[in-house]
Write a protein that binds this ligand. Structure first.
Ligand code: DOR
Length: 440
């Protein structure tokens, strides 16, 4: 059946589009017509008409940082259950990180994900490991991995620790124009730590992670990139494309600002939990395991810096670092809890509640950071609201107040500090791959 989505607010930053309009989608999943303002689209007998008054049709949201745990840890999440969580959260595409068991560092691993993801309702892009087994010792075979369609490399969960190996990563990845996604953590500083180092970690008697662990790794990487550029040690290849995962400190944000000002291809993302919570929330919580993640929830000052960087454009993307873990891995003493929380289903709600409705960013910028920017960073084609283009939409009700209760969780895991939290702003459906989800 054809569907006419009538009288919506159309937001697609890839086209600088922010205006009222209507879109008709044919049963093949392609856009048939787009009209703006008051102009309506005539409907036929085979057309379903949906009144979108008060709702947004955004270019499909894309989360560039997810852990779907397949292969190897299917008790936490699978590609299928992770996709269900993505749909529930309003995402039409995600990128999955390679820290599965085994780590995705070979063409076989990439082919496995591609094959298992082909029929899922959302697009799954692959981030392969920077080094074999993410052990930081031997480069993964980037050339072969590229021919299996990977979009980026990362040793997420940890970082390459030696400068020499990182130099090799930059030189080799640049010859394939591959995006390098760095989880910035100097493990010689962070090892054994479970939360941000400061007065709260001291009060709780938990080992801390100094925020310098993030800053030092990023500073090293930027220095290496500059060195390689300056001395033209890797001609004729392009300068590396470098993306900071889950940035959480003022010091790292300053480094990103400086790198951008120098024209380097450096981008960064923030998670909703880092712009919403601080170490104080962990201190006060009974279920401390649900507040343990990497990087750790930061200080109030660092959270302020994140909010400023979201407003001033330093931060390019919002990515939730969806990190499912089983109950026994999180509902335990804080210093034994696995790092990470699920996030796909609360990302839009938190972005709207904490950033849009508080006036820190506009709705348009929220969509930019949740949709067009992550696609651009990952080298994906932009979503277009044009006749002849595939329909790839996220429907958002910016005013809906809702509570994230356990029965709404579609992920296989429940590890989130946001259960029973009330938020304003909700993804109410997607249209992708010719299928409408939601908007009943
Ligand atoms: O909290 C985290 N969990 N941070 C990471 O970088 C990895 C992730 C995971 O895989 O569980």
């Amino acid at each position: 059946m054809n569907i006419i989505f009538e009288n919506a607010k159309l937001i697609n930053p890839a086209q600088n589009l922010d205006m009222q309009g209507s879109i008709k989608v044919s049963e093949t999943g392609m856009i048939d017509a787009v009209t703006f303002g008051e102009e309506t689209i005539p409907s036929g007998t085979n057309d379903r008409v949906i009144d979108m008054k008060g709702k947004v049709i955004a270019s499909g949201l894309f989360d560039m940082h997810c852990h779907f745990r397949e292969p190897g840890q299917e008790y936490k999440e699978t590609l299928e259950t992770g996709s269900r969580a993505a749909v529930a959260g309003g995402f039409t595409g995600v990128a999955v990180m390679p820290n599965t068991k085994p780590v995705i560092d070979s063409p076989l691993g990439a082919a496995f994900i591609k094959h298992n993801a082909a029929d899922l309702p959302v697009d799954i892009e692959i981030v392969a490991a920077m080094t074999e087994g993410s052990m930081g010792e031997t480069l993964s075979p980037y050339g072969k991995l590229c021919s299996y369609g990977i979009r980026a490399i990362s040793d997420d969960g940890t970082a390459v620790q030696t400068s020499r190996m990182m130099r090799l990563v930059f030189e080799y990845s640049a010859s394939f124009d591959l995006l390098v996604i760095q989880h910035c953590e100097d493990t010689s500083l962070s090892s054994g730590g479970v939360m941000n180092e400061g007065s709260y970690s001291a009060l709780l008697g938990l080992r801390g992670i100094p925020d310098a662990a993030e800053v030092i790794t990023l500073a090293r990487d930027i220095n290496l990139m500059e060195y390689l550029q300056k001395h033209k040690l890797n001609p004729p290849v392009a300068s590396p494309k470098y993306h900071v995962a889950h940035i959480s400190t003022a010091g790292a944000l300053d480094l990103v600002r400086e790198a951008k000002a120098k024209g380097m291809q450096v981008t960064c993302e923030v998670t909703p939990h880092h712009f919403t919570l601080t170490e104080q929330d962990l201190y006060e919580a009974d279920d401390k395991g649900h507040y343990i993640m990497k990087p750790p929830l930061c200080s109030r000052e660092n959270r302020e810096a994140l909010l400023e960087a979201l407003s001033d454009g330093t931060i390019d993307a919002i990515a939730c670092d969806h990190a499912p873990h089983a109950r026994h891995e999180k509902e335990c003493p804080a210093d034994q809890a696995a790092f990470g929380i699920i996030g796909l289903e609360t990302s839009v709600g938190l972005t709207f509640s904490e950033l849009v409705h508080t006036g820190k960013i506009t709705l348009y910028r929220a969509i930019e950071m949740l949709s067009s920017n992550p696609r651009k960073i990952m080298g994906l084609s932009p979503v277009l609201f044009e006749p002849g283009s595939p329909a790839n939409f996220t429907f958002i009700d910016p005013e809906e107040t809702w509570t994230y209760t356990e029965d709404l969780v579609r992920s296989k895991s429940r590890n989130t500090p946001f259960l029973n939290r009330t938020m304003k702003g909700r993804a109410v459906g997607i249209y992708h791959k010719g299928v409408l989800h939601g908007l009943e």
